[in-house]
Design a protein around this ligand. Structure first.
Ligand code: PLP
Length: 385
């Protein structure tokens, strides 16, 4: 059986370094908020040109923390694509705000700026909700159209979040999404391009005040330096609660593992470009159209997604040959029962509905060999159903 994502191959490459990093944490014993956590935050910020990074427990909390810090809540509309992983939309009702679903572009699967603008106008005209923020998603690894999205958000006074859980490391014109967005978030779930050995996440921002507020929120709303300024509190500031927060810290062990993985991450992204190119050469013109990438964009290729009218037939055919595949995502968020009543942009979401029927992700990771890839390409092209 071919691996869908081969985490063992990556581990083999880094085993001695990761073992040593884990041993160092066991030796110093600072399992929560240990020195590796701060070190990782500083390296993550450097990696993508952000002023600051804040680690947290997972990529879902990474989306919730800025919404909480901005006090987005009841009466606010937060716009996001429907064709995404659940977490993107899930955090919006957590805050009491209302998700408004926007359609995607057919070639990149990312949020359609024209439909976003139409949805903002519709919500404004309706008058019941106040447009507050946009969560764009870097689906399958490629950046959304941030130059256009940031211009729309600026014009309408909205915050812009880049959900880069799949696209951390992806760029536009050589720049990371945080060059345009107010915050960019990522997930370190093991299968993501930069994953740890459990759950983890991070928020990137240039805004020091926002960082401080999110640092408070991830540790139960502990008082920050600004909160205690001038206050007469002679105990540990973490026992003075300045806001209602949560517990969302990244384990020191995971930070130590990520520090090692980060040393090869750029090289892995380059290797992923080669794998994607080989798929493209093998599939395009022989059997299928291949995924497009936004002009001057670099995808991390979190997923390599093809389209087929008989998607489920193709998946079954591949399975008989020992090749795993996955339908991301078979039911868009606006068709999921708990989300079905939330508003959608004008005209509904025809592209999201259509794509959900035909997309299929093939095995994709930095260590996919040419031989295995040829087997996969042959198997895809050999399907005539
Ligand atoms: C994985 C993912 C998340 C959530 O990350 P977790 O670490 O699993 O909480 C959010 N958004 C997108 C687009 C994702 O793919």
């Amino acid at each position: 059986m071919i691996a869908f994502i081969d985490l063992a191959a990556q581990q083999a490459r880094l085993k001695p370094q990761i073992d040593a990093a884990i041993a160092r944490v066991l030796a110093h014993g600072a399992y929560v908020m240990g020195p590796e956590v701060r070190e990782l935050e500083s390296r993550l910020a450097d990696f993508c040109g952000a002023r600051l990074a804040l680690s947290c427990a997972n990529g879902t909390d990474a989306l919730a923390l800025p919404l909480m810090a901005w006090e987005i809540g009841p009466g606010d509309a937060v716009f996001c694509p429907s064709f995404t992983f659940t977490a993107t939309a899930e955090v919006i009702p957590w805050s009491g705000a209302t998700p408004v679903f926007v359609d995607i572009l057919p070639d990149t699967y990312n949020i359609d700026p024209d439909h976003l603008e139409a949805a903002i106008d519709q919500i404004k005209a309706d008058g019941r909700l106040r447009p507050a923020a946009v969560i764009a998603v870097d689906l399958f690894g490629q950046p959304a159209d941030y130059p256009r999205l940031s211009e729309i958000c600026r014009r309408h006074g909205l915050k812009l979040i880049a959900d880069s859980a799949q696209g951390f490391g992806g760029t536009l014109d050589g720049r990371h999404p945080i060059a345009w967005a107010d915050v960019a978030t990522t997930s370190f779930f093991p299968a993501k391009p930069l994953g740890c050995y459990g759950d983890g996440g991070a928020v990137l921002t240039h805004d020091a005040t926002l960082w401080e507020r999110m640092d408070s929120l991830r540790i139960h709303g502990k008082a920050t330096a600004s909160d205690t300024q001038g206050a007469d509190f002679r105990h540990d500031a973490k026992y003075l609660n300045a806001r209602i927060g949560m517990n969302s810290r990244l384990d020191t062990l995971q930070a130590a593992i990520l520090l090692e993985k980060l040393t090869v991450f750029e090289n892995e992204i380059v290797q992923r470009q080669g794998v994607a190119r080989r798929y493209g050469e093998g599939l395009e013109g022989f059997c299928l159209s291949v995924p497009g990438v936004i002009e001057s964009g670099r995808s991390t290729w979190a997923q390599y997604v093809i389209e087929h009218a008989n998607r489920d037939g193709l998946a079954a055919h591949l399975k008989t040959l020992g090749i795993p595949s996955a339908a991301y995502y078979p039911v868009p968020m606006h068709r999921q029962a708990p989300y079905a009543a939330f508003p959608r942009g004008p005209g509904g979401l025809p592209v999201s509905d259509a794509k959900a029927e035909v997309v299929l992700a093939l095995p994709m990771h930095a260590y996919l060999t040419a031989d295995l890839q040829d087997q996969i390409i042959e198997a895809v092209c050999g399907f005539n159903g």
